[in-house]
Design a protein around this ligand. Structure first.
Ligand SMILES: [Cu+2]
Length: 448
């Protein structure tokens, strides 16, 4: 790390920036309608927000005084922005007009400092960037705007806006400075360039520990699919509904969560035959998981496909672990970034490695996680993916809903320290049993 950056890191002010999706309609109602009809167009949001506001010049938050988010800054100071992409279905470019940002971390890992005019965040990703307030006193737009490399024009075209405003006495312009160099929405080259430049800090204080002796290799094809609905009950083309898959397996949420089934030895709830490798064929639905021994070294190569002419970037997210992203072309084992979400670009490959060393020891964290999930989102049976059962899915919610998922069951390691904690006497109720499997039970929310 340069001495200049070291100096900057000694003193900074923290600001949090949360990008999200905004819908004009009831999201749950839309979700039910979309999943039951089998068509997917209702997934597009009406706007993005920054810290809750679409921002000037959107009509609903017109005028910076009334509703647009202001980040007030002092000239000469350094700010650490924790940036979160909480949008449901959209990768987002983030920029501050006339300012560069220096990326120093993400997903709670340190990165080698990367100074750039823009960053790209997938849903579920977090990034920590330093920004020096060193421009002329004034107001500068902060923007979040779509990156979309899909084949069909189904994405939110809007731009969320906040304002980076310098404190002080000066004449305010009628319009803040706008970043006219925003990457094009479909600029895959610039999107991939950014992602490829992310590296672990790999300093003596923050060592990388890339597992070398791979014991389980998996090759996962990521596909969009269609599935036939019973009695042509869907309104999609010829009675089919949209679906998605990993290795041709469209994940179907079971009625009993997998953790309960695993823990209580219940049969018929899930199958342990999720394939390590598969050619692209017709998808079939089911709750299929991959079972791993404790401490197994897992390498997964993801291949983005263009089945149904529907290639697009898929942000793959793994619960319970961070993984190293080892570039499949150059096989970087020296300073690969350590993340928990990685966008797999359209028609391209991504390779990750992790050690399956978490059979569910971090119980307190898990309880907090369960309560968080129960209270905020209707995440299908996610309580089942807490202790020893870890969900892996595309972080575009529409694709997760359509089955672009699987789960890892990590066996206990034989000692108390390496084993799943036993079930507590009381588990917080979380009636999410049939988010995907049965639309009716999605309405039964009284015990959430
Ligand atoms: Cu996806």
């Amino acid at each position: 790390m340069t001495s200049k950056l070291m100096a900057l890191l000694k003193k900074f002010t923290v600001l949090t920036v949360v990008a999200a999706s905004w819908y004009k309609h009831d999201v749950m109602e839309m979700m039910i309608k979309t999943l039951s009809s089998g068509v997917g167009l209702a997934n597009v949001s009406d706007a993005f927000t920054i810290n809750g506001q679409p921002g000037d010049p959107h009509p609903c938050s017109k005028g910076k005084i009334t509703a647009t988010i202001l980040l007030m800054v002092d000239y000469g100071k350094t700010y650490l922005l924790h940036i979160v992409n909480a949008a449901l279905n959209q990768d987002l470019f983030f920029m501050i007009s006339e300012h560069h940002v220096t990326v120093v971390g993400g997903d709670a890992s340190y990165f080698k400092p990367l100074t750039t005019p823009y960053i790209l965040l997938s849903p579920g990703q977090t990034m920590d960037v330093l920004v020096i307030a060193d421009q002329l006193l004034g107001e500068y737009y902060i923007v979040d705007t779509s990156y979309f490399d899909g084949e069909v024009d189904v994405y939110d075209h809007s731009t969320a806006i906040a304002i980076w405003e310098y404190k002080g006495n000066y004449t305010h312009s009628s319009t803040p400075s706008f970043p006219y160099d925003i990457p094009a929405y479909n600029d895959t080259a610039i999107a991939s360039l950014f992602t490829s430049q992310i590296r672990s800090l790999a300093s003596p204080e923050h060592l990388v520990d890339v597992p070398l002796d791979v014991t389980t290799q998996m090759y996962l094809v990521i596909t969009m699919n269609i599935l036939h609905c019973p009695n042509d009950s869907c309104t999609g083309s010829d009675g089919y509904r949209m679906a998605a898959a990993l290795n041709n397996k469209t994940f179907k949420n079971p009625q009993v969560d997998i953790l309960q089934a695993y823990n209580r030895n219940l049969s018929g709830i899930y199958d342990s035959d999720f394939p390590d490798y598969k050619n692209v064929t017709i998808s079939n639905p089911g709750a299929r998981v991959k079972v791993l021994n404790y401490n197994e070294i897992v390498e997964i190569v993801f291949q983005g496909t263009n089945v149904m002419n529907s290639a697009e970037t898929h942000p793959i997210h793994l619960h319970g672990y961070k993984f190293y992203v080892t570039d499949p072309k150059n096989y970087n084992l020296c300073d690969p970034p350590e993340l928990n979400t990685i966008p797999n670009p359209k028609d391209r490959w991504t390779t990750i490695r992790f050690k399956a060393s978490n059979p569910g020891m971090y119980f307190l964290h898990i309880i907090i996680f369960i309560v968080f999930i129960c209270s905020l989102i209707k995440h299908a049976n996610m309580d089942g993916f807490a202790l020893g059962v870890w969900f892996m899915h595309c972080h575009l919610d529409k694709h997760m809903s359509w089955g672009m998922d699987t789960a890892f069951i990590v066996k206990s390691g034989g000692t108390t320290e390496t084993s799943m904690k036993s079930l507590p006497t009381y588990m917080p109720p979380c009636n999410l049993a049939s988010f995907l499997g049965s639309m009716d039970s999605m309405l039964l929310r009284e015990d959430i």
